[in-house]
Design a protein around this ligand. Sequence first.
Ligand code: NAG
Ligand code: NAG
Ligand code: NAG
Ligand code: NAG
Ligand code: NAG
Length: 261
Amino acid sequence: MLPWSNSSATPLSQLLSFIFTFLSFLPRMSWASEWIDYSPDGYATMTHYSLPANFVAACGCTSTSTNYPTAAMNQMAYGSSTSYGPACGQCFNLTLLNSFLSNPPFYPNVTKSVVIKVTDLCPLSHSGWCNATASSPNAGGHYLNFDLAWPSSSIPNDFFPSDEPLYGYTDFGVWNISYQSVPCSNWGGWNYAAALGSVADLGYSACCPGNPTGSTNNTCPSYSDDNGIPPDTQTSGFAISSSVSLLSILTLAVSLLSHML
Ligand SMILES: *[C@@H]1O[C@H](CO)[C@@H](O)[C@H](O)[C@H]1NC(C)=O
Ligand SMILES: *[C@@H]1O[C@H](CO)[C@@H](O)[C@H](O)[C@H]1NC(C)=O
Ligand SMILES: *[C@@H]1O[C@H](CO)[C@@H](O)[C@H](O)[C@H]1NC(C)=O
Ligand SMILES: *[C@@H]1O[C@H](CO)[C@@H](O)[C@H](O)[C@H]1NC(C)=O
Ligand SMILES: *[C@@H]1O[C@H](CO)[C@@H](O)[C@H](O)[C@H]1NC(C)=O
């Protein structure tokens, strides 16, 4: 008997009715309903995370893409909660402006930029830097967060400027940055065919255009929309349908773990 059982109904039927009741409440648990419509350039926050070399992340971009600069984008701008989305494959020039968690803020005396390709999803959460929704920015006041895959064989270890004598540490963790949408011909992997495109074996579970322009003919749809699932704005994104491949679930699980600061 389940602990709350006080009738003659079997535990199984009670469990089913509990699950049914729980599911019927799910839509009301979501706390945003639209993707973030961002401009081609502006300000954002940048964090960094560990992406193992040759890892196939949420977009399903070829493993060789990890030999060049890549980043995850926050879920509500990325455009999907479970797999690929419209941001997949897009390239951005990211420029470090200042740290703002440190006291005082650190303004580097050098300009550091990196052109990244979006290959991964940074899941929506109630806090953290990927928590912006269409109506509420993240703690840095920005609607976009780029989670840079770093360290990376393609980005110098001293990419992030620091002043250890003054602060006592070198990693500021979160940066205020400017971003510009740029053609992927500016990306380090552009001249290497193996670094471009999707993992062929994944078929329709992957979408990583070499140079998406935003046009429907060369840009990934929202996986959620494409599959008739409304934009999933729940924290976990576990709106499992039969068309969601095991790989999507695994990559999402790995994403959730790897983006937790
Ligand atoms: C990226 O931005 C920096 C700083 O504004 C600029 O110097 C550089 O030319 C830009 N790179 C590209 C490819 O747009
Ligand atoms: C995101 O996190 C910040 C800081 O923790 C908080 O102020 C903000 O309300 C959060 N946004 C959402 C949509 O939860
Ligand atoms: C830039 O600042 C760092 C410390 O913040 C300092 O070590 C370095 O000498 C400065 N470089 C220039 C060119 O001023
Ligand atoms: C980020 O940089 C922009 C441009 O310099 C500046 O206007 C803004 O105040 C900065 N934001 C934070 C939180 O430091
Ligand atoms: C896709 O759309 C872009 C921009 O509208 C256009 O330049 C390009 O020719 C189109 N490609 C194909 C294959 O239709």
